[in-house]
Design a binder for this molecule. Structure first.
Ligand code: AMP
Ligand code: MG
Length: 417
């Protein structure tokens, strides 16, 4: 057992320091079809195979022409044909001429602008009247004006989002190299726990931590694997810890406090797991254990549901990100205006369940009604964890505070469009 109680900042430093030691080049990679790459973490650089746009592109339906052909309006010009999207026109536009053109088509030789169809009037099959002056380059995206061939457009370590899919498709990526999703074993411990499908006895409860941890692990892109619960005895704990150590990451919940039957740390040690720290000056979640055995990452998370949840957000998440080649230090911290007075006497850094709402004046945060770290129902109301730093005992309504986002922001704004 370790004796030191670390501040949250130094505990995170220990975790992040270990993350930095992960040899990036050795992270396992999967090659997946483009559709399967959505939400995975990119493991290759994506470079443009050609200029974008790859040809001078008409941005509107209208007529391609030389801007100089319209000296005064209306100007009557000769229409010599049309060009559709996807077609390479053989026509060359001379002064005084137009070619009818569709959005997305390649502007024919000779033309330097496209006048929108709305600004013209068709006189005959061969004659068009242009009703407004035309600027050179109007409604034309020149070849290479967005990006040049050879430019890097997506860098490794980025979680592939919806528009990244469009980039991958544009570049012609059929298969994408993405970092493998780490497998996370989840082990709940406690003699009082029964399975979700069981009817609990009078002093029993259903295991819920395995489910919140499952969701959190999946939310980070990992593959959760929920193990059979272990009772509060060394032999069961050690057996299940061995099973969990088959995966890259093992999360054990419960059994890390000061109780007579909190045997997880002892079981870790007997299983050859090295403990890096086992106490953090935070509320909830003080008895958080960070450990490892060889390349396997091991966490002992305090059993109370919100404690487990908070410890995951602060310490497990960066590891799962790093194991997928992402920068580990990114934290969804937001700044908001506090909407209530908060007293925090623990002398530890507090992470209190709270609700963030986006209002016309900015983000506003209010702690949820909550009966402590065992209160699942209050915690479920939260979309953020209000941060009260260790040295702060009270924060007043109207003050600016930090919060860790753990859900979707609630919105309370009338559209102004
Ligand atoms: P422990 O850390 O084992 O002392 O547990 C602290 C509290 O969290 C106790 O009230 C436990 O019953 C509760 N707890 C522990 N594990 C779980 C779990 N998997 N699901 C729900 N509650 C749990
Ligand atoms: Mg327990």
């Amino acid at each position: 057992m370790c004796s030191a109680v670390l501040t949250v900042q130094s505990a995170r430093k220990v975790v992040l320091g270990n993350c930095e030691k992960i040899p990036q080049a050795l992270l396992p990679i999967d090659r997946v079809p483009i559709f399967d790459s959505y939400c995975r973490v990119l493991a290759e650089s994506v470079v443009l195979d050609r200029d974008q746009p790859p040809f001078a592109r008409a941005m509107r339906d209208g007529f391609a022409l030389q801007a100089g052909s319209v000296e005064e309006v209306p100007a009557t010009l000769q229409c010599i044909g049309e060009v559709k999207a996807g077609e390479v026109s053989k026509l060359t536009v001379q002064p005084g001429q137009v070619v009818q053109i569709m959005t997305g088509a390649a502007v024919p030789a000779g033309a330097d602008a496209v006048v929108m169809v709305e600004h013209t009037s068709r006189l005959t099959e061969a004659a068009v009247s242009v009703l407004r002056a035309v600027r050179t380059g109007e409604n034309v995206a020149p070849c290479g004006s967005e990006r040049k061939a050879g430019e890097m457009v997506l860098t490794p370590g980025r979680r592939i989002a919806a528009f990244d899919m469009a980039v991958l498709a544009t570049v012609g990526k059929v298969e994408i190299a993405v970092y493998r999703r780490p497998v996370v074993s989840i082990l709940a411990t406690g003699d009082e726990l029964v399975r979700v499908e069981e009817v609990p006895g009078p002093a029993q409860i259903r295991n819920s931590n395995s489910f919140s941890l499952y969701a959190q692990a999946r939310g980070c892109g990992a593959v959760p694997r929920v193990l059979e619960t272990a009772g509060d005895n060394l032999s069961e704990l050690k057996r299940q810890i061995q099973v969990g150590l088959e995966s890259e990451v093992l999360l054990v919940s419960g059994g890390v406090s000061m109780g007579k039957y909190d045997l997880v740390e002892q079981a870790f040690q007997e299983a050859g797991v090295e403990i890096h720290f086992d106490a953090v000056s935070m509320r909830p979640g003080k008895p958080t254990v960070f450990a490892s055995r060889g390349p396997h990452w091991v966490f002992g998370l305090p059993g109370n549901p919100l404690s487990t949840f908070v410890a995951f957000e602060l310490f497990v998440k960066p590891v799962l990100q790093a194991l997928q080649g992402m920068p580990a230090e990114t934290m969804p911290l937001i700044e908001a205006t506090l909407h209530a007075d908060v007293a925090e006497k623990s002398g530890r850094s507090a992470f209190l369940p709270a609700r963030v709402i986006s209002r016309p004046g900015g983000l506003e945060i209010t702690p949820v009604r909550w009966k402590g770290s065992a209160d699942i129902f209050g915690s479920a109301e939260a979309n953020a964890l209000l941060v009260v730093p260790q040295e702060v005992a009270r924060v007043s309504r109207g003050e600016r505070v930090q919060a860790l986002l753990v859900g979707c922001i609630e919105y309370d704004s009338e559209p102004r469009f």
